[in-house]
Design a protein around this ligand. Structure first.
Ligand SMILES: Nc1ncnc2c1ncn2[C@@H]1O[C@H](COP(=O)(O)OP(=O)(O)O)[C@@H](O)[C@H]1O
Ligand SMILES: [Mg+2]
Length: 336
């Protein structure tokens, strides 16, 4: 385990004032994505943790006044606590690049790749890692070839244990985890309410884990895996953000070799996708110990029930020091 986890330094864990310079930080939260409320909760938590470390923090919703505001005020660093399309698809990050203001997290192109689940799966699979077998189906394919005909072929090929999800999305919105063929048409309709392209994937049975990857200045390392055990059996939107709906184990109840292999896989995926500073890799570990890649998140949830903050605390770091160090790494990256 220690291979992946640098020891928390004492300065990193002082829970009060910052050890470095006080920074002007803009935390972005909200936005118009389906995950707006989650983002507001993440952003508030990041802002509070940074304020406690002695930084000047402005919490901003991305709206028409944001770009002029940033151009005028030029904060030292931007902390985009935005989930869903508006923060994770790379568009806003590309605009921040044009403004030449440092920001925490993946750069625009890598964010775009990770945001599109099918492209991230292709890249991860080509790197030799396991990802559930899948087919990407735009709505037009159903229109052209007929929903019944397409779905019956998919069922013949995959069997009834499939997962249907929007090709781009988050917080399990529009995701259907199925064990019966009868539920497939409805699940596909649900997925299309979140976008024009659906991903149908083989369902993997096993232990679901989320693994945060951080770079606090000495290269990326994997946090302990956090095991997710939803009471309903499915890690749905409700299971994520209502306290008590899911049991989390930080670290996951895995044997040491399996845990180390999962963390190594997460680190490889973070690197292969070209991610930066922070990411969260979602995996299911099957009975043989194989970690199956589901997706990568360039701005993982940072709410009170989210897995990355739990992993940070389990690793002996404080949230404030980690969020602060990520800002410093972003500033340093911009000045080389
Ligand atoms: N192939 C799969 N097999 C089993 N469960 C899955 C699979 N894909 C997704 N899930 C379940 O659905 C949830 C959401 O899927 P995920 O791909 O992580 O999308 P999101 O971006 O919405 O988090 C996962 O947390 C997991 O519980
Ligand atoms: Mg996920």
């Amino acid at each position: 385990m220690s291979d992946f986890l640098p020891a928390a330094s004492s300065s990193a864990d002082a829970s009060t004032a910052t050890s470095g310079p006080s920074r002007n930080v803009v935390v972005l939260a909200g936005g118009i994505s389906h995950e707006r409320d989650v983002s507001l909760r993440s952003g508030r938590r990041v802002a509070d943790a940074l304020i406690e470390r002695g930084h000047s923090v402005v919490l901003r919703d991305p709206d028409a006044s944001l770009l002029p505001y940033l151009a005028e005020n030029r904060p030292d660093v931007i902390w985009p606590a935005l989930h869903g399309a508006s923060g994770e698809d790379g568009a806003l990050r590309a605009l921040l690049d044009m403004l030449a203001i440092p920001y925490v997290g993946a750069e625009a192109k890598a964010a775009r790749l990770a945001w599109q689940k099918p492209s991230s799966k292709i890249i991860v699979e080509r790197a030799g890692l396991a990802t559930p077998r899948w087919v990407t189906l735009p709505r037009d394919t159903f229109r052209e070839l007929g929903a019944t005909q397409v779905l019956s072929l998919v069922l013949d090929s995959f069997g009834p244990e499939v997962v249907v999800k929007p090709a781009m999305g988050g917080s399990a919105l529009g995701v259907g985890v199925l064990d019966s063929a009868d539920d497939l048409p409805r699940a596909v309709v649900d997925a299309y309410t979140y976008g024009e392209v659906a991903l149908i994937e083989q369902r993997v049975r096993g232990v679901e884990v989320s693994i945060g990857v951080l770079d606090l200045g000495e290269g990326p390392f994997a946090l302990p895996a956090v095991e997710i055990e939803p009471r309903s059996g499915v890690y749905s939107f409700e299971a994520r953000y209502n306290a008590g709906e899911t049991r989390f184990y930080a670290p996951a109840r895995l044997d040491e070799a399996t845990a180390a292999a999962a963390r190594e896989a997460a680190l490889t995926i973070h690197r292969t996708l070209g991610l930066r500073h922070i990411s969260r890799i979602d995996l299911i570990i099957d009975a043989a110990g194989t970690p199956w890649f589901l997706e990568a998140n360039v701005l993982p949830g940072l709410t009170e029930t989210s897995t990355v903050p739990q992993a940070i605390l389990a690793a002996g770091h404080s949230l404030g020091s980690v969020y602060e160090q990520l800002g410093e790494v972003a500033i340093a990256a911009a000045t080389v």
